[in-house]
Design a protein around this ligand. Structure first.
Ligand SMILES: Cc1ncc(COP(=O)(O)O)c(C=O)c1O
Length: 373
């Protein structure tokens, strides 16, 4: 038996090539073409909070960088320590100096008390929030802390797009910008890509920033190339047709994991209060890294792949030029989470037999671990 950690949900090519007929007829392949505009419109209708619009980008790293540029922020930017390296890169690439924020031990989101400390201590121009593992929980306490101080927020929600219950929920009265990755490994998968949800009056600035900073009179400000071409927008349109079925299947698998671990005692802590999450993977927090190591290799011996996302933490893993900035704040919770979090596979293409097999093996391994701990 071999159960890979990922099976990409990218739509079959037969489903998206028909969209390209119109594109070839027009001979217009990128720069906000007709498929791009249609995809943005459909994304807005399906998911956006009232007053928000959508624009696509070439990947989430560039999309975050683009959004951060539009803030015109002073030099310092709060960045989570428990995240994927790209979150840090987007701030660095937007010429911001990163200050790390620790994680909350229960939700694994940014720690709001630590964020408040940072906003007192430094002259912060922007905050990068995180939706770890794509969780779609209510983060209004964190958003309020920033709004009360007039600090713009961009949320790295990379793995979080696709649940049908997200309708009308992406965005909020706080005006934060939310960025989702459409990478092959994500739930809403097109290959490389991103979707940016922003208040409607912010879209034009983002569009210019991702189009070399061109202004109406052809002068140009800071920017880059973050546009999504028509070929990948075609894949996006086909993905919209299959996303609900994909997420329904993933949610069913996540529910089985919840049931399976309900009886696992204090060996693991499960995700809490996750909102309408599309389940890119199923994260577990182990009591110790030794227990995690044991569980991980026991599953591997049975042909079941798992993965440690966000490990090492940014604080412990970053060895680049801005190491001094990154070292300024301690992030003990993030450093610890990076050692004790493990993700189980979740994907639409997982068969019932595979899910049964995984659950059966987990039950055997956890009862064995209980017997020895
Ligand atoms: C939290 C987070 N942010 C950003 C990214 C980068 O996304 P992309 O590959 O679209 O640039 C990822 C990718 O896995 C991620 O997990």
């Amino acid at each position: 038996v071999h159960i890979p950690f990922l099976r990409p949900s990218i739509p079959d090519h037969e489903t998206w090539t028909p969209y390209l007929e119109e594109v070839y007829k027009r001979k217009y392949f990128t720069n906000f073409g007709v498929l791009h505009e249609t995809l943005c419109e459909k994304m807005r209708e399906k998911y956006a909070y009232p007053g928000y619009d959508v624009i696509m980008s070439t990947n989430a790293t560039v999309a975050m960088e683009t959004v951060l540029r539009t803030f015109g922020a002073k030099s310092t930017c709060v960045v989570p320590s428990f995240t994927f390296p790209a979150t840090l890169h987007s701030a660095l690439n937007a010429s911001l100096e990163p200050i790390l924020c620790d994680a909350d031990p229960e939700t694994w989101d940014l720690s709001v008390p630590h964020l408040e400390d940072l906003l007192e201590k430094y002259d912060v121009g922007a905050v990068v929030g995180l939706r770890p593992y794509g969780f779609q929980r209510d983060i209004s306490d964190m958003l309020k802390v920033c709004r009360d101080r007039n600090i713009p927020v961009a949320i790295d929600a990379a793995a979080g797009l696709g649940d049908v219950r997200q309708q009308g929920t992406i965005g909020s009265e706080f005006g934060q910008i939310e960025v989702f990755s459409l990478h092959a490994t994500k739930v809403f998968a097109i290959g490389e890509g991103a979707a940016i949800f922003a208040p409607s009056d912010k879209i034009d600035g983002i569009r210019r920033a991702m189009n070399f900073g061109f202004q109406e009179d052809r002068t140009f400000i800071d920017g880059g190339n973050g546009k999504l071409d028509e070929i990948r927008c075609a894949i996006g349109l086909a993905m919209l047709d299959k996303i609900d079925a994909e997420v329904a299947r993933r949610s069913a698998i996540a529910s089985r994991y919840f049931e399976t671990f309900a009886s696992a005692g204090d060996l693991v802590t499960l995700p809490v209060d996750v909102g309408p999450t599309p389940w890119q993977a199923f994260p577990l927090r182990f009591r110790t890294k030794e227990l995690l190591g044991h569980f991980e290799s026991a599953l591997a011996n049975k042909g079941i792949e798992t993965r440690k996302y966000y490990s090492p933490s940014i604080r412990q893993g970053y060895a680049g030029r801005f190491r001094n900035s990154v070292e300024r704040e301690e992030t003990p919770v993030a450093d610890d989470l990076a050692q004790v979090m493990l993700c189980l596979p979740v994907y639409g293409a997982m068969t019932d037999e595979e899910a049964d097999y995984i659950v059966t093996e987990i039950n055997k391994i956890t009862s064995d671990m209980h017997a020895h701990n």
